[in-house]
Design a protein. Structure first.
Lengths: 409, 409
């Protein structure tokens, strides 16, 4: 894409009330627009990143048998009354609104009920199980405070998968697969090495849930990490008893702040029971379906990538989620788009800065915007191209022929 | 996909309160789930269709210079007060909700204000124009009645593009391109021959807007068509004066019911003025940006395809939007997925009915679900495969080798 055709540009300042680093950088670099606290629009560059994260998650969910669908935002109160989660005294972060006839409807804050209710219509026999439907969808939560940028939105975009299994055994078989899929996702988007599988509070049906926590000072959670074992414990379950059951030694644990980028949860029959979601077994008897939930907030993950990888100059995108792989900066007095066209033809995603502004602004913009490779064309360099990996200080010169090979590595 | 792995199945009945043909068929065939009047969830098959429609629209929008982004659902009242469209006495189909601190926020019912407000931050000079940002997004409208299935939802998924141009000339140049892009879209999704460019009421800044109306008895609009000229006039502007200005002869017009599947609208400075959305011209003077809007409801378009193409047996999908091209029905006593695998490898999208149920149900399901090609394997046929185009009565037998060529045509 030619940068002159992109209507967004970098800003000197982010809004005064924006205190989080992730949103400050994303706003200044032209990725998101702040509509109000906890509500952001995704500008073209931001949507590109979001779409890349979505694609990676989709591939991993499909790979473990997930089937994508899309549940509605508006939620029927009758459905939520079944599980006793309609009332504001039970769930205090609902957003609700009213139809013309006065009927109250809720805005999705999670999906357990919607899925249990829909699957009730389709699950009858053991032959219909297991089922692993999932959703990418905008979710709404009425947070009292919303100061963490896209870490904790009032409106946010997430993926939620629900597993419907015949029994605990089948459930945990999938649960473990999901755990691995999540590891792959965080690895692929570039925060794997900073992300720990973390034991957190369970619920009526399991001792623990599992969170994926990425280390960052901006995180709202406190976790205790065993670096050798590569696992962690959330402060909320950090007791001697728990440590003992997990065979962890207090002396080997370090306390760190982290942000929860994903969680997986065994729900047992908590939701299948109120919806009477049963199936007929081969022997003709009935049993309740065993459920699990598997969530990732895509905006939060995008914010986390920014927060943990950025430097003083701006954003540093991993190749896998960068809106463009190459930022081609043309500083020549006489310009042509020859190299841009060649790279495009070779299949590279290129943002071509063809704007008629100063070299200083262009180079500063490139650092702020964070594409993995900065490629400079200038009169001083002649036919050579200057390549710099974002985040590295090393600068190398290559010929037109060489550059393609180097970028393909 | 193996049908045994799809948790949805066909239903004998749709909900009693569902009176529209499009939703009745889509519910019975397992494409959508009715959450409440005017609110539907998209099941896996339904989402596949929606995604294919989305891809076609995206390609055509990108082709005329569109740049995709994603505005938030939650809308800030301060923004809408600028154009005087916040108050319920002005716009009577807002859904609104409240933040914890009591602040009212609106749920997007359209996007003019959100875009004008965002672009205000980025448009300064004539060099920044034109700009053609667009959105795929869930939109909410508080309809008093909602009985038309996915024709008129309280919650629906749409595409909206807004054009920002320097002057009327640049505006109409794009407007005409958009018209052609819309024609292509309706042609590609299979309803082009039934869809008429229709003159409808304009506004303060243009005599007419243009609607794309698809003929169907289920439509809520009445239009008058000149079949030779291939254009129509909406009843709302059907006056002698208008006919004269369009050089149409009343005697050549036929009255028909139709559904509006798309509309394009010249907005002039209606929204740029209240947002003071100006740009500096080459001569240093300032001028207001000229806007246009270009909308398509994807759910409505999906419903229209169902409504106008279906027969007594069920849905008939055009190849371009069908969730699968081929419905492979295995009626053999001894089954293997050899043909399924071969077709998949050849790149065909195949739904393989491997379920152990009666032949009658399978064939009836295939008709209801509406994939373009039904391919039957049965013991009677030996090595031959029986091919039937959905909607045609013709049945032909082919060998394994022949079938790939036939399907590729």
């Amino acid at each position: 894409m030619k940068q002159s055709q992109l209507f967004t540009h970098t800003l000197k300042e982010s809004p005064r009330d924006e205190v989080s680093l992730n949103a400050q950088l994303l706003i200044k670099a032209g990725y998101i627009y702040k509509e109000m606290a906890g509500v952001y629009s995704f500008l073209p560059l931001g949507l590109k990143v979001l779409n890349k994260i979505e694609k990676i998650i989709r591939e991993e969910m499909d790979d473990i048998g997930g089937i994508e669908m899309r549940t509605s935002v508006f939620q029927n109160q009758e459905v939520w009354q079944k599980s006793n989660r309609w009332d504001d005294s039970v769930v205090d972060n609902w957003f609700k609104t009213k139809l013309k006839n006065g009927t109250e409807v809720g805005l999705s804050f999670t999906n357990e009920e919607a899925y249990a209710n829909i699957l009730k219509q389709y699950i009858n026999s053991y032959k219909d199980l297991p089922a692993y439907p999932y959703d990418f969808k905008t979710i709404f939560r009425n947070e009292a405070r919303s100061k963490s940028g896209i870490f904790r939105g009032r409106e946010f975009y997430w993926k939620a998968l629900y597993s419907f299994s015949k029994d605990e055994e089948e459930h945990y078989e999938f649960y473990d697969k999901a755990k691995e899929a999540y590891r792959k996702i965080f690895q692929r988007v570039g925060v794997g090495d900073l992300t720990y599988l973390t034991f957190a509070s369970g619920g009526s049906f399991s001792k623990f849930s599992h969170e994926f926590q990425t280390l960052t000072k901006a995180g709202e959670d406190t976790i205790y990490i065993d670096e050798k074992k590569g696992i962690a414990v959330n402060k909320e379950v950090y007791t001697d008893e728990v440590l003992k059951s997990l065979k962890l030694d207090k002396n080997n644990l370090v306390e760190r702040k982290a942000v929860e980028v994903g969680n997986i949860f065994s729900l047992g029959t908590k939701f299948s029971a109120p919806f009477n979601l049963k199936y007929v077994k081969p022997d003709g008897k009935e049993d309740l379906v065993v459920m699990g939930s598997y969530g990732i907030g895509l905006g939060r993950l995008m914010g986390t990538i920014v927060e943990v990888l950025a430097d003083d100059q701006g954003i540093i995108w991993p190749k896998s989620v960068a809106p463009f792989q190459v930022h081609l900066i043309d500083l020549r007095t006489k310009r042509d788009d020859k190299i841009y066209q060649i790279l495009q033809k070779q299949g590279f995603e290129v943002l071509y800065d063809d704007r008629k502004i100063s070299a200083g602004i262009k180079l500063k913009d490139a650092d702020l915007m964070g594409m993995p490779y900065r490629l400079v064309q200038s009169d001083k360099l002649g036919d050579k191209l200057e390549l710099k990996r974002r985040g590295s200080k090393e600068i190398n010169l290559y010929s037109e022929k060489e550059i393609i090979k180097v970028l393909q590595e």
